[in-house]
Design a binder for this molecule. Structure first.
Ligand SMILES: [Zn+2]
Length: 288
């Protein structure tokens, strides 16, 4: 029996700094209400919410870990790499994030041009009104299209216009690959973890990243991981530990955005990350 039976850790969640539904301060208040003890905010490709989140988390007596979720692509598959316990002011990291923000903005400009070519009269201001954080993405454009009455849902917007190969789609250029994301997090002093591996079916590559890129961990516990998936990724982690003779972090969390976003099991603290595993990440982050 664990000595931490009543302690809870949830180290994967999003705020309005990326695509979540709550501001970082409100999200941390919700974490306190949910009875969490260790938390991390892991917004997509931005650290903008971390300072506020830490302040509010610590005010409520929560242990806070700086986090991020980097978007990458390998062989046409989107792979998210989580980073923990890094220096949020690291220049290499911040320059890189700014570069990708600019790329996304340019891509949005080009998608709006294509919308206009397709008689969808949409402006950058209308898209901007949908953006809560620092970054543009296609769902923001989709919401603007809904408001202008061109489509009825985000799904329809992607299906008709914004999805891959559709008339207003623009290819994402200069995307990071997982190896680059791992290295970037290491340069900023953090640990790199492959997020929700059930989405990719890339177990062999993950093994390779452990061996060749010094990947630090794997998200074993996630709202979309069934018990057999948890077992599969625990085994993967144990084998990597044995072969490499080093610690592999086994992380997890709710990947919470908002209750109303329509994903099953998306509730703060519902996904059980063994508290000891949360403590190991916290230990690392506090020594860093
Ligand atoms: Zn996430």
């Amino acid at each position: 029996m664990s000595e931490y039976t009543n302690q809870k850790a949830d180290i994967h969640m999003h705020s309005t700094a990326s695509d979540g539904g709550y501001r970082p301060d409100v999200l941390m208040e919700l974490c306190a209400k949910a009875g969490l003890n260790i938390v991390s905010l892991t917004d997509h490709d931005t650290t903008a919410g971390l300072e506020t989140a830490r302040l509010v988390a610590e005010k409520h007596g929560l242990q806070f870990i700086d986090g991020i979720e980097l978007s990458t692509r390998t062989n046409g598959v989107s792979v998210d790499i989580l980073g923990y316990g890094f220096d949020i002011h690291n220049k290499v990291l911040q320059d890189n994030l700014a570069f990708h923000r600019n790329m996304r903005q340019e891509r949005m400009d080009r998608m709006i041009e294509k919308c206009q070519e397709n008689h969808l009269n949409i402006s950058i201001e209308q898209v901007k009104a949908e953006v809560t954080g620092e970054t543009y993405s296609r769902p923001h454009l989709a919401k603007a299209l809904i408001k202008q009455g061109y489509v009825e849902s985000v799904h329809e917007a992607f299906d008709k216009y914004l999805g891959y190969g559709k008339p207003c789609y623009v290819f994402k250029e200069n995307e990071m690959n997982p190896q680059e994301a791992i290295s970037l997090i290491h340069k900023a002093g953090g640990i790199a973890v492959v997020a929700h591996p059930i989405y990719y079916d890339l177990d062999d590559q993950i093994v390779q990243w452990f061996e060749e890129e010094d990947l630090d961990g794997i998200e074993v516990y996630h709202r979309d991981h069934q018990p057999e998936d948890v077992e599969r990724f625990l085994q993967l982690a144990y084998h990597a530990e044995k072969r490499l003779n080093r610690t592999v972090f086994k992380t997890g969390g709710s990947d919470f955005h908002h209750e109303s976003f329509g994903r099953a099991g998306e509730q703060l603290g519902l996904t059980k990350l063994p508290y000891e595993q949360g403590l190991r990440i916290l230990d690392f982050a506090q020594k860093a």
